[in-house]
Design a protein around this ligand. Structure first.
Ligand SMILES: [Ca+2]
Length: 393
């Protein structure tokens, strides 16, 4: 610790003395350069341009039909374009892409957060890649009534400078269709230390992707089957749909500042393989809550631990937004899968269409009380033995 702060101080002094070197600095957590597309192109925004011509987008390279769009703008069909943040965003036409190079730390894992909206009712998807990593994000499901959502994907940096590429792989008949993207941020992920009394990594979901303070929609985490490279360290998002990463600024979170809301029914599963000792009895405990987002009850989760599966209904309580649930299981192997999904497909009571669901937080796997009782019993036996000796003496 002391060593690393000394190094930091040296780096800081170094940057003070040689300010031009700071341009080589690693990408900081937060918005990438012109990640919100609000920077003015040298030839002006297209809405104010006199002459037609390719739009230059500061800090980005473009390929194909990439347009800067403004909030309030309409397409030919009269449909209002959705701009997720601020007043500008980009729309990617068929096969179009935008990219920029980001400076990262080779070998580290990063999460990329971005907001996306679809423009047409047809199937739209977006490919986000940092070669060789590449992930397609399906924009077909509308998770909320505002028509856009923040998403996060992750990658492991194989070089110190990597291209971050957003590409519309779709082939729509209407050239005015195509996903709109905005608010692109990056965050270096840290794998949390493993506590001694809990086998679950990132048990409270406090380590995760970048979240914008002013965005109240949480961040959707699409399918990610690779536990080594997950925007939510330690966890995988299984099956076809996303789960929502939520923050305590905008939602009721049982513990700390972050939690997960299971918004996709049985199609959005979070899981983790935890280290266990075969034949030992364990307890899986977790907080089951209501996000405070007007989600229509009943809320329930199915919790899996090894070969056990149990469903828990959230019981509204005026004193608390969550309750603690537990499942006992006997480990069969060195690693045991724990997983959660929402039993119901819930929507909000106010708009009847935004997806929502039960909140899961503070997940713990520990030796069950039964084994702890054994320990206590042994301790008790030991104590009475010494007491007996004392009496004898
Ligand atoms: Ca938490």
């Amino acid at each position: 610790m002391a060593e690393s702060s000394a190094i930091n101080r040296c780096l800081f002094l170094f940057m003070l003395i040689f300010p031009h070197f700071s341009t080589l600095a690693l990408a900081e957590d937060g918005l990438v350069a012109n990640g919100d597309f609000e920077a003015r192109p040298s030839n002006g925004f297209p809405s104010e341009a006199i002459a037609d011509g390719p739009t230059e987008i500061p800090s980005w390279r473009t390929k194909g039909r990439v347009e800067l769009v403004s909030s309030g703008e309409k397409v030919s069909g009269g449909m209002l374009l959705i701009v997720p943040g601020g007043s500008k965003a980009v729309r990617l036409g068929n096969d179009a892409e935008i990219s920029q190079e980001v400076t990262v730390e080779k070998g580290s894992t990063y999460a990329v957060t971005f907001s996306a909206a679809r423009t047409c009712a047809q199937l739209e998807s977006l490919n986000v890649s940092v070669p060789p990593a590449s992930q397609s994000v399906d924009l077909q499901t509308l998770y909320n009534v505002q028509g856009w959502d923040p998403y996060s994907i992750s990658f492991e940096a194989e070089e110190d400078k990597v291209p971050l590429i957003f590409r519309n792989t779709g082939m729509e008949d209407d050239p005015e269709c195509g996903p709109i993207i905005d608010d692109i941020a990056i965050k270096k992920l840290v794998t949390p230390d493993q506590p001694k009394d809990n086998a679950v990594v990132n048990s409270g979901f406090e380590f995760g992707p970048w979240m914008f303070q002013n965005v109240s929609l949480g961040v959707l985490l699409p399918t990610n089957l690779d536990e080594e490279t997950s925007p939510l360290p330690g966890w995988m998002v299984e099956s076809t749909r996303a789960v929502r990463y939520i923050d305590s600024n905008h939602y009721a979170v049982p513990e700390g500042k972050r939690a997960v809301e299971l918004v996709s029914g049985k199609e959005g599963i979070i899981s983790q393989m935890v280290e266990t000792k075969p034949d030992k009895l364990y307890s899986l405990t977790f907080s089951l809550g209501h996000a405070g987002d007007k989600c229509k009850e009943p809320l329930a989760v199915m919790a899996f631990a090894g070969d056990q599966a149990q469903n828990f209904h959230y019981t509204p309580d005026s004193n608390s937004t969550f309750q603690v649930a537990s499942v006992n299981f006997t480990a069969k192997a060195e690693r045991t899968r724990i997983a959660f999904y929402s039993v119901y497909y819930n929507t909000r009571t106010d708009d009847m269409s935004s997806l929502c669901g039960p909140v899961v937080d503070d997940v713990r796997v520990w030796y069950s009380w039964a084994s702890i009782n054994e320990v206590q019993m042994l301790l008790g036996l030991g104590l009475s033995f010494w007491a007996y000796l004392l009496v004898l003496v």
